[in-house]
Design a protein around this ligand. Structure first.
Ligand code: ZN
Length: 49
């Protein structure tokens, strides 16, 4: 399972239709609204190394 960085819900990465890549890492979302929010400001939500 992956964790939706917007709402922190667990998302099945094999089933979800909404995903995005940022700086080489894949992110998965529970809903199009969360994906949209991430893409508006990925720096804010992406994991920091
Ligand atoms: Zn979500």
């Amino acid at each position: 399972m992956a964790v939706d960085p917007i709402c922190k819900m667990e998302v099945d990465e094999r089933k979800t239709k909404w995903s995005s890549s940022f700086k080489g890492k894949k992110y998965y979302f529970c809903a199009p609204g969360c994906l949209k929010e991430f893409e508006k400001n990925p720096e804010k939500y992406a994991e920091k190394d």
